[in-house]
Design a protein around this ligand. Sequence first.
Ligand SMILES: C[S@@+](CC[C@H](N)C(=O)[O-])C[C@H]1O[C@@H](n2cnc3c(N)ncnc32)[C@H](O)[C@@H]1O
Length: 212
Amino acid sequence: MKKDRAMYKKVPAMSPTIVHDYLREVGRAWCQQGVAIELGSWLGATAMPLLEGLVEAGYDRPFYAYDRWEANKAEVQKAAIGGVHVHVGQNLLPICKDNLLQIYGNLRMYRGTIPAILKNYPGDPIEICIFDAPKNNPVFSGAIERLSPYWIPGVTVLGLLDYYFYKNRSGEKRSESLAPVRFIESHPNSFTKLAEWPGQTSSVFFRYEKKL
Ligand SMILES: C[S@@+](CC[C@H](N)C(=O)[O-])C[C@H]1O[C@@H](n2cnc3c(N)ncnc32)[C@H](O)[C@@H]1O
């Protein structure tokens, strides 16, 4: 289940087209109850279709994006495959911002380490919550702890883009990557599954139904 094989328009992506298409639908279904937030935006390839859908739905609130936006060697290589040339250590926030600004202007982009950087989250109710950075603990549980108080029962869509990531791993790494699965399975009444693409991508989307 490789994720990093697509482009979103001209933007290198670490997620496949089916997930981009679904994110656009999630944005289109925005029902004016809360904001959208993404952890792990990289160059913007998942935030862009989500924002396209949100704009169609009349979204008029800030869009929150959190990432360290500091290119490592693997990211340099993945970006280059998509024709974007960056160097190790480069601040990628300006590239991501330029991409998102093509679609939507009210951006709140925060550069730093998750979950610590989430301390600055102002507490708007969250209608759409996309995790593409947190997959292991303590990062995953730290992000959940910080953001879940703002989820709206019966409304919030939680996208865990690395949910099945553990299937590609073994030993201790597999166990570490099970953090999202353990979280969802330990709250069986709080989530219903909305979408998944078995064998194609690690991503799973849930509706938050009842308070944790
Ligand atoms: C899989 S990539 C995101 C890809 C993007 N959503 C897409 O599909 O093209 C993960 C991103 O999360 C960021 N990231 C991972 N762990 C992080 C952490 N603990 N704090 C901040 N950013 C983190 C990385 O910098 C990277 O940009």
